[in-house]
Design a protein around this ligand. Structure first.
Ligand code: TYD
Length: 217
């Protein structure tokens, strides 16, 4: 299960809420964020988000893919084999939105690089939290010092948001089977309202994850 969205859409909060519910229901799972989730990934995260080092767009994309490759190889695949559910805060769809559409990198090469990193792993479901760009940037701006992407110009964030909108369309998903099922959820309103929408989306598209909770309710 993957959570995606633009800046300030509330992914991490909703992931924590889902994780808390799964814990109560006794569902074995682990939560990781991208970039990061491994010691190598955390070092890459520092370069990508919190350094002032100038980065070529191609190098930026390669670093995201490297972090993903390390996470999939050392953490995600072994956990899935052991029967654990994995919740991811961003995955390959972020690279499609930010590096292909935001930075303008060629889609074919970025898709191929991702294929190397994911080793054929396809998310069972991606929950795409959608919020107007200005609202998301406002929320993100209140969280402290802006990272490399939060500092990017408005045009960049508009292209990312338009890309995510496109990914929610069934025709796009049919043409990109490596991304799996993507369901858009309205991220406006209170945290409780968004949580209810997220749970409804998961119940509709990935019922096995919530089945214990469903039988209990
Ligand atoms: P993070 O602090 O995790 O922010 P957020 O709460 O918005 O998820 O920062 C991750 C940033 O990295 C975010 O701006 C999106 C960007 N990103 C990419 O550009 N490409 C990628 O492949 C991934 C995983 C993230």
């Amino acid at each position: 299960m993957v959570f995606e969205g633009g800046e300030g859409a509330g992914k991490s909060t909703q992931l924590q809420r889902l994780s808390a519910r799964l814990t109560v229901d006794g569902v074995k799972h682990a939560v990781y964020r991208e970039p990061g989730g491994t010691p190598v990934g955390d070092r890459i995260r520092e370069i990508l988000l919190h350094s002032d080092l100038p980065l070529a767009p191609t190098a930026e994309a390669s670093l995201f893919v490297a972090s993903r490759a390390q996470l999939v190889h050392t953490v995600v695949k072994p956990a899935l084999v052991a029967g654990q559910h994995i919740l991811l805060d961003r995955f390959l769809l972020s690279t499609y939105a930010y590096q292909i559409h935001g930075r303008g990198l060629p889609s074919r090469e970025v898709r191929a690089a991702n294929e190397l990193a994911t080793q054929g792993l396809v998310p069972d479901l991606t929950v795409l939290l959608r919020l107007p760009v200005s609202e998301g940037l406002d929320r993100a701006g209140k969280r402290g010092e802006a990272d490399r992407f939060e500092r990017a110009d408005r045009g960049f964030h508009d292209r990312v948001a338009a890309a995510f909108d496109q990914f929610a369309e069934p025709s796009w998903q049919r043409a990109h089977p490596e991304c799996g099922k993507i369901v858009a959820v309205d991220a406006s309103g209170s945290l409780d309202e968004v949580e209810q929408r997220v749970q409804a989306a998961i119940a509709a598209h990935c019922p096995a994850l919530l089945s214990r909770a469903g039988s209990r309710a």
